[in-house]
Design a protein around this ligand. Structure first.
Ligand SMILES: *Cc1c(COP(=O)(O)O)cnc(C)c1O
Length: 418
């Protein structure tokens, strides 16, 4: 088949999160650069969401591209079963150092959902290795999103999730609202204490619950939740897949609450949005229960492309960029810039809230937004945004030009006043 015949053939691609029958025709991208997406028809779009929050340094960052090219010539891939290599070892050391897991271990995988599955297996097996077979459930939060695989889906909001079609099939977990007031914290603590025998661990998206509705909680609440769960002996899992690497205005969200989780999942921006890679970090205390003369205590998990050298090199290059401190500084500055631009929208009758935290800006409406209509509207205005439920949100590259940010916000204003 010729190139021309192959072009415009979306008929064999099954696309994510859409009703294929009624969706708007997807836009074909020819290339990316900086904070721009270039469509095949020549349209230039300013990207407001950095490809699901991954491209934190912008697209095609030369330092990351060069690292990938260099690694591609040496060794694109080798299995990690019984073999190790420099890019993976280097990444594990650096990740553990920046995240407070210096004495722990880093388990590499290829997507955030898998990193969460691994965290679940680690937690359950940790207790089993210690002889506790009763702790077989997780505590998670309303409005949470932890991934699309079967285990991870069970940790998402049980009622209002994207996975309601799988009700009855998923593992049953405990789910609580994130406390807002002092008395909510008391209620949360009694709940935890009441079920602590059964609950192996708790999982939270620290500071910002992204994919299930862009909700924020304070570092103080996060710190309180941590203390309550630790007092009850639960394994505390921070799912930093979305929040990690600067998105909330600190390298990791947990740093703002000054807490050290037992397990942490990272992904998304780990390779600066270039190659799929994720990691599950475990504290020494968790790891020690696996370290044994009994083979049955070993963690039975091993993705085929675990520690892929290309992806590790990309992640190492992204970490180089973070070492200067500039990306996190830029992310912090975005908070006030976005707030300044978006705040006037509070006056629009259909807007119920405008909030910004780090490099995330949220305009919340009093109704669900029809993505099929909204996306072409934004494309017409030269910006790439993908509304989520009742929000139009921004999660741009940290180095986005102020003028581009303003253009995105103007498009949102036009959308809101439509
Ligand atoms: C995106 C996301 C995941 C899943 O990551 P994938 O790479 O899509 O599998 C898990 N947890 C959080 C908090 C996320 O935002």
């Amino acid at each position: 088949m010729s190139d021309i015949e192959l072009a415009n053939r979306t008929d064999r691609l099954w696309l994510p999160y859409c009703q294929m029958k009624t969706m708007a025709t997807p836009f074909e991208v020819s290339h990316t650069s900086g904070t721009k997406i270039f469509l095949k028809d020549g349209t230039e779009l300013i990207d407001g969401i950095a490809s699901w929050w991954t491209a934190c340094h912008g697209y095609n960052h030369p330092h990351i591209v060069e690292a990938i090219q260099h690694q591609a010539q040496r060794m694109p891939h080798v299995m990690l079963g019984g073999l190790v290599h420099e890019p993976a070892m280097r990444l594990a050391v650096r990740l553990s150092e920046v995240s407070g897991f210096e004495n722990g271990k880093v388990f590499l995988s290829d997507s955030g959902s898998v990193a969460v599955e691994i965290a679940m297996k680690m937690t359950i097996q940790h207790w089993r290795n210690l002889g506790n077979e009763k702790k077989i459930r997780f505590l998670c939060f309303r409005d949470s999103y932890h991934g699309d695989t079967v285990g991870a889906m069970s940790l998402c909001d049980p009622v209002d999730s994207m996975h309601s079609r799988f009700k009855g099939f998923l593992l049953e977990q405990y789910s609580q609202p994130i406390p807002e007031l002092e008395q909510d914290l008391d209620r949360f603590e009694s709940f935890v204490n009441q079920h602590a025998d059964e609950i192996a661990g708790v999982i939270i998206e620290p500071l910002i619950q992204m994919a299930a509705g862009m909700r924020f909680h304070s570092p103080e609440v996060l710190a309180q939740l941590f203390s309550i769960c630790k007092r009850a002996g639960l394994v505390f899992i921070a799912d930093e897949v979305a929040t990690g690497f600067g998105r909330t205005g600190s390298l990791l969200a947990v740093q703002q609450a000054n807490i050290q989780p037992d397990i942490m999942c990272v992904g998304k921006a780990l390779s600066g949005g270039t190659l799929p890679i994720a990691a599950t970090l475990a504290s020494d205390e968790i790891y020690r229960s696996f370290h044994s003369d009994d083979f049955a205590n070993a963690l039975m998990h091993g993705p085929t492309f675990m520690g892929n050298p290309l992806a590790c090199s990309a992640a190492n290059a992204s970490l180089d960029l973070f070492e200067t401190g500039a990306p996190v500084c830029d992310a912090m500055k975005l908070e006030s810039q976005m707030m300044q631009q978006l705040e006037p929208l509070k006056k629009v009758p259909s807007v119920v809230d405008v909030r910004c935290r780090g490099a995330v800006g949220v305009v919340e409406f009093n109704h669900e937004i029809d993505v099929t209509n909204a996306i072409p509207f934004f494309v017409e205005h030269g910006v790439w945004l993908r509304p989520l439920r009742n929000t139009v949100y921004l999660a741009p590259s940290f180095n986005i030009e102020k003028s581009d940010l303003i253009r995105i916000c103007q498009a949102i204003e036009k959308f809101a006043n439509r």
